[in-house]
Design a binder for this molecule. Sequence first.
Ligand code: CTP
Length: 394
Amino acid sequence: MKKLKNKNILIGITGSIAAYKACDIIRIIRKAGGNVQAIMTHSAKQFIGKSTIAALTNNPVIDSIFEDDPKPGLEHINLAFDIDMVLILPATANIIAKAANGIADDSLSLALSICEQPTIFCPAMNYKMWRNKANLDAVEKLRKRGKIIVDPEDGFLASLHEGKGRLANTQRILNNIQSVFDIKLPLKNKNIVITAGPTQEPIDGVRYISNRSSGKMGFAIAETAHNLGANVTLIAGPNNLKDIPGITMIHINTASDMLEAVSEKLDSDYIVMNAAVADYRPKNINPSKIKKHEAKLNIELEPTVDILDYIKDKTKACIIGFALEMENLEENALDKMNRKKLDFIVLNTANNINQGFDVDTNQVTIFSSSGKKIKSDIDTKERIARFMWNEIID
Ligand code: CTP
């Protein structure tokens, strides 16, 4: 965030419940040395106090075209010359429509009609408003004119409805601000494929063999890589997690589906095999439901292809494997790293309730083929993912 030092950023706050989230962004920009001038629309002030924004920006808030104490020359015109970037956060359907159509009937739309600086819109609204054709047309118009739109995310909205309309997460917004000032992201332009979750190997028409992997660690690794600027493909086994916006999602079921999907991506820069891939699958799949006629049922299993083993000599990518161990932890992990010719292996265990499968926290030890070893604290999977990327990029 160094390059934000002394940058002048105009933030336009409009009337959405997400207006309070502008406070956090203003604080982060100011902490990085940037200056912030805010314009609030009339509706924005229904959601958040003008004094809060004035205090956080350390500047008087502009909220009217005609100030009580008019200064020589329009303040809005001066803005057009002084600022380095405009950020509309949150952006309602109303301001998007006005900006797309050149309407300038309040202080913010007037400023937008003048400012030619890079402009980022961060929409936040009800999902029905977002997908309204008029809104999507307006968004498209703005994009065609070179404005940056940070798409809203799927999730629970203030109305408790679920859909696309939530303000993008803070990191995505900051990444967009950084890219305006060409602040380098360490994984920019890197192609990264990540596998996550379990695989399901069918026994018959309704049953399968699988494991307890939730996919949370792999999703956190994917989202962190995306936030660090990478083009990410996430190949995910069955899970209950939400697709991550901005990431190419490939949903698969079996180990052989996963092998096929990974094989398509061998020209990537990094391949992270976090998935808990089944080692065996039923040899014969009964197409309908097996009936319980017999006193004993034997299911013959055959090994699946080891994906890492299969790809190790077919790619130039940096390969990161995971080892989930319950005994002889380090010895088993190092053995896997050497056998599978990995650049890194991330060891985790399922021996404690706050580590490994199906929980939100983890603890890992990372070994590199060059002999390095580093252990993390027990932490959220998001922070563990960041820890992992820091080590690998290093
Ligand atoms: N893996 C793989 N293909 C498989 C099985 C595992 O690519 N068919 C990968 C996993 O994604 C992980 C690494 O190999 O990155 C180690 O997986 P793990 O299950 O810990 O070890 P295995 O090699 O399967 O050995 P074991 O089950 O005996 O511990």
